[in-house]
Ligand binder design. Structure first.
Ligand SMILES: C[S@@+](CC[C@H](N)C(=O)[O-])C[C@H]1O[C@@H](n2cnc3c(N)ncnc32)[C@H](O)[C@@H]1O
Length: 228
């Protein structure tokens, strides 16, 4: 979900966990504002929403937020934690496209953090194109995505060990509850994918907050063409 060595073994109080989502969204809003982009609106989508950590924070700025996730267990917990009075809606989707949320589109904002990095590499470009498709023209896309492992012991392990061995080390020695797969995409490829989908990349910045041993970026893009 969100790995923090200070909170190993289910010791993360719910309020602290949700506060980390509010802090994440507050920093994102500040960045958007500094770029002259809107930080409020009618409809937002949070891809890979998990239990709603950031979804609930976004709901303070948008009239309604759709959280989409592949895992029904995450969405059950999100629904249970939701105190937004019906402004958040949670949709399960395991398909390679996001037609499951078409009925709620177009969105003013599509946002995603620490989710695309767990999607198998071959599906990432398709999801980014789907984010753009679901935006209204002029709508804003913000997402985080690792680029490549760092030249550190853990980074090199990710680069060279088999996924099975990496998963074993994560669970046996790092206390992860489950193996955590990591994927990434080079920043220049992200720009190409956005352009091909009808969006313009406006800004990129390094973000190593949740991927200490990967070089990770946050991106802001705007839908500049196409429909809906
Ligand atoms: C580390 S959690 C992050 C959750 C949330 N974004 C947050 O910041 O708290 C990653 C989430 O991505 C979801 N996920 C992984 N692959 C996905 C996919 N193909 N489609 C939608 N969600 C996916 C997982 O089920 C999980 O809830």
């Amino acid at each position: 979900m969100l790995v923090d060595p200070d909170y190993k073994g289910n010791r993360w109080p719910v309020e602290d966990f949700l506060e980390s989502g509010r802090a994440d969204w507050a920093a994102q809003r500040e960045w958007l504002a500094s770029l002259g982009m809107p930080t409020t609106g009618a409809r937002a989508l949070d891809f890979g929403c998990g239990v709603g950590r950031v979804t609930f924070a976004i709901a303070d700025s948008f009239d309604s937020v759709v959280g989409v996730d592949i895992a029904p267990s995450m969405l059950r917990t999100a629904t249970w934690l939701d105190t937004t009075g019906g402004r958040c809606r949670f949709v399960q989707n395991g398909a390679a496209d996001l037609s499951a949320v078409d009925e709620y589109a177009p969105f003013d904002l599509v946002h995603s953090v620490i989710a695309l990095q767990h999607v198998p590499r071959q599906f990432i470009a398709g999801y980014i194109a789907e984010f753009v498709r679901l935006l209204r023209p002029g709508g804003v896309l913000t997402f985080q995505l690792p680029e490549r492992p760092q030249l550190s012991v853990r980074g090199l392990a990710f680069r060279y060990l088999s996924p099975k061995l990496t998963g074993f080390v994560q669970q046996r020695f790092l206390g992860y509850p489950a193996p955590m797969r990591m994927s990434g995409m080079r920043a220049d490829r992200v720009r190409e994918v956005l352009h091909a989908a009808g969006a313009t990349l406006l800004a990129t910045r390094r973000d190593n907050g949740y991927a200490g041993y990967w070089h990770s970026n946050r991106y802001v893009a705007m839908k500049t063409g196409g429909s809906p």
